[in-house]
Write a new protein. Structure first.
Length: 27
């Protein structure tokens, strides 16, 4: 469960850093 939390944290940071790259990641 901690791994999922870490993944979400990194995903959120990437979205803040590169929202364009997060678009395909989220979809």
């Amino acid at each position: 469960m901690q791994k999922i939390h870490e993944t979400q944290s990194e995903s959120q940071e990437k979205i803040n850093f590169e929202p364009e790259l997060s678009s395909p990641y989220l979809e």
